[in-house]
Design a protein around this ligand. Structure first.
Ligand code: NAD
Length: 395
């Protein structure tokens, strides 16, 4: 099969196996170029390990800290004439590279929200990896089947209170337009909190602690986004923000029950980047395109893996002083939120339109990052090659 990108709105329905491996290996090479990170992080569970921030966390834990990693993600397997998800290829590429470097790496494919997956992780930990010292919780999902009630919760990406009209970007067409965003009702808000809030994170750490597979001094991090007032109507002050506030609540609860292990849970506030999850949020692609242009022009831009390498090296390594806010969150969005950067993005916001998009924003960079998620756009890859999308595996 000759594999080309097939884009439908904000997703690409194909993924290139060789390109995905190139993407993983490019990130590994970056982490190696930065040298080892001195830390006591040696056994890491990454929940949501196959893409975006979770994949980079796994790469930095493995290739920066020398850690054994256990990954959990939810993938579509390939067929003879249909590609798998990018995450399916990323997991294989990571495992191959890690095993080549003598690093333990196992990936479990299935629903992280289920009790069954938590049991599988416990078993795997007991059978091979040993007690976990760091859990990275990096899930981004539109749905969650609740393990206790069986109810299927669907998140809604909507404002709260009143309808808002905002500028947005149609990435494929390269058009700036206005979107009308209807407010969420109470049920939609509660469902979004059920999917993207902190309850499942609590369930995970409880299950792992009850099974006695957490090491003394154990830490766990969940990722959040706050951003600036430009995106607040659809993010921080909206349904997603409510879910993210719930992570802050959960961090307190989890830290309290980790006390006897000298453990702690923290939320880390990360910068806006292009991932499958962020591409689906209205307004964010326009904000991110403007942000990238401004950050690149000032030499301050970070790709996903660069950001996570900085997180581990400056906030999780041995002997560092963490940059915490008044809620106890680790702030990695310090560069994105400087007055220098936000002032310039805010100046451009009312000016940007379809005609000046290339000049004021980095649409090309956004599109390039988006295609890379699915393994497209790598100079080293022959995109005319006829490939078996199953990679010869029995799927
Ligand atoms: P992503 O879409 O790139 O990755 C999501 C991961 O979750 C994938 O590995 C996917 O397989 C996994 N997943 C989804 N549903 C699952 C399920 N039911 N069971 C098992 N695995 C499942 O997303 P991302 O942007 O890297 O987001 C990760 C976290 O980072 C989220 O909490 C997000 O809010 C946060 N964050 C993202 C940004 C951004 O700009 N992308 C910024 C700050 C914080």
């Amino acid at each position: 099969m000759i594999i080309k990108p097939r884009i439908r709105g904000f997703i690409c329905t194909t993924a290139h196996p060789v390109g995905c491996a190139a993407h993983v290996n490019e990130q590994i090479a970056y982490v190696q170029s930065k040298g080892p990170i001195a830390s006591d992080i040696k056994k890491v569970l990454v929940i949501g390990s196959s893409g975006g921030y979770g994949l980079s966390s796994r790469i930095v834990a493995g290739f920066g800290c020398g850690a054994a990693t256990l990954g959990v993600s939810f993938e579509k397997v390939p067929r003879e004439n249909k590609t798998g998800t990018a995450g399916w290829y990323n997991n294989i590429a990571y495992e191959q590279a890690a095993q080549g470097a003598g690093l333990y790496a196992v990936t479990l494919d299935g629903d992280a929200f289920s009790d069954e997956m938590k049991d599988r992780v416990v078993e795997t930990t007991r059978a091979g990896m040993g007690k976990i010292d760091l859990v990275i919780y990096s899930l981004a999902s539109p749905v969650r089947q609740h393990p206790k009630t069986g109810k299927l919760h669907r998140s809604a990406i909507k404002p709260l209170g009143e309808a808002v009209q905002m500028k947005s970007l149609h990435v494929e067409r390269g058009e700036v337009h206005q979107v009308d965003l209807e407010p969420a009702d109470e049920e939609e808000t509660a469902n979004t909190v059920a999917v993207m809030g902190g309850e499942d994170w609590e369930f995970w750490i409880e299950a792992l602690k009850d099974a006695d597979v957490l090491a003394d001094g154990f830490r766990t991090l969940a990722f959040t986004y706050i951003g600036s007032d430009l995106t607040w109507p659809i993010y921080w002050h909206a349904t997603l923000g409510k879910a993210k506030e719930d992570l802050d609540r959960a961090a307190g609860v989890i830290s309290a029950f980790l006390e006897d292990l000298n453990g702690e849970a923290r939320v880390a506030v990360l910068k806006a980047v292009v991932t499958q999850a962020s591409s689906a949020i209205p307004v964010v692609p326009l904000y991110a395109s403007l942000l990238f242009r401004v950050m690149k022009d000032k030499g301050l831009h970070e790709e996903v893996v660069q950001h996570i390498q900085r997180l581990f090296a400056t906030q999780l390594a041995s002997g560092v002083t963490q940059r915490l806010d008044d809620q106890g969150r680790i702030r990695m969005d310090d560069i994105e939120l400087t007055d220098e950067i936000q002032g310039e993005v805010r100046r451009r916001w009312p000016l940007v339109d379809t005609d000046n998009l290339e000049e004021l924003a980095d649409l090309e960079g956004f599109r390039r990052d988006f295609l890379k998620i699915f393994g497209f756009g790598f100079a080293s890859v022959d995109y005319e090659e006829d490939l078996d999308p199953t990679l010869g595996r029995d799927v």
